[in-house]
Each structure stands twice: as structure tokens, then as C-alpha cells.
Design a protein around this ligand. Sequence first.
Ligand code: NI
Length: 170
Amino acid sequence: MVLDIVKYGNSILESECAPISNFGTPELRKLVDDMFETMYAARGVGLAAPQINVGQQLTVIDTSSGENPDAKLVLINPKIVKREGQQIGEEGCLSIPGFREDVRRAAHVTVRAHDVEGKEFEVSGEELLARALQHEIDHLHGILFLNHLSPLKRDLIRRKIKKLQKAGEW
Ligand code: NI
């Protein structure tokens, strides 16, 4: 089922998410399936639970956009345990449609997380995967890519969004 994606302005996007402790339930499996479906429908490479109005530490990522089943990642209660180097690249967010900006991120990260069954695993990534991991894990702590921009750029985007909201176009 394709779910509605919450847009910037909704406070859930800027709130800390709760860790998940109930693993392997049909509800959790269904939520993960729906998140992948929603992400693919929106042509995104990552989607975090708060973006579908669920304040829990869960995110899905697929940098192959559905081309490679092995690229599907489900991360529950994820933590970045290692960061190396730097990369600067353009980033967007399904909750902030129409806006893309350069964001500085670590070039390589290692993440420790739980899968749907509750089993702990580690995943390492560089380039786009490293960027997606950092962007999505930020979401679980109420941090958006806007928070990584200069105050000037951030305020400019906020003002544009406010105008869109007033015009009923957001
Ligand atoms: Ni995002």
C-alpha cells in the first residue's frame, strides 16, 4: 500500500523517533513492505518512518531504485559506528519536494542496525549509499538536510516553503 508522505512543516519530521522493540511482527513486516512501495512510487532511494507519520526508528533504502533486490536495506534502530572522509553532493528529500542542495557528508560510513527479525547486522557504504544512510538516519533524530545548510540557504528555502504553504501549494 502506498502511504502519504509527510511534508516539511509537520512537527514529526523534526522530532526524535522511538526505538523499536517489537521485532518480527506482521505489523512491522507490513509497515516495511508499505514503506518500500511508497518509496518506489515516489522514486526515492530512501524513506524514513517519520516521513509516513510513524515516529519509530525504522528506515528503508534502495540505491538501485528497485533494480537489484540485494540492494534493499531495512534498518531498525540504526547507529553510525564509523565515519571516514568527506563528500559533497546534491541531496533532496521526499518530504521537501522541489528543493535540492549540496550537502557535505562523510564519504564512507559503517552502520549497525537490527533487521525485521531483530537480528543485529552491520552495513558499510560509500558515495550514494553513504549519503542515503546518513540522510535517513538523520530523519530518525528529527534532522533534515536543511539543517546541514548555511543559515542563509536554509532561511531562503524556509521562506519559499512558507509562500507555497500560504498559496495552498505545499
Ligand atoms: Ni529525506
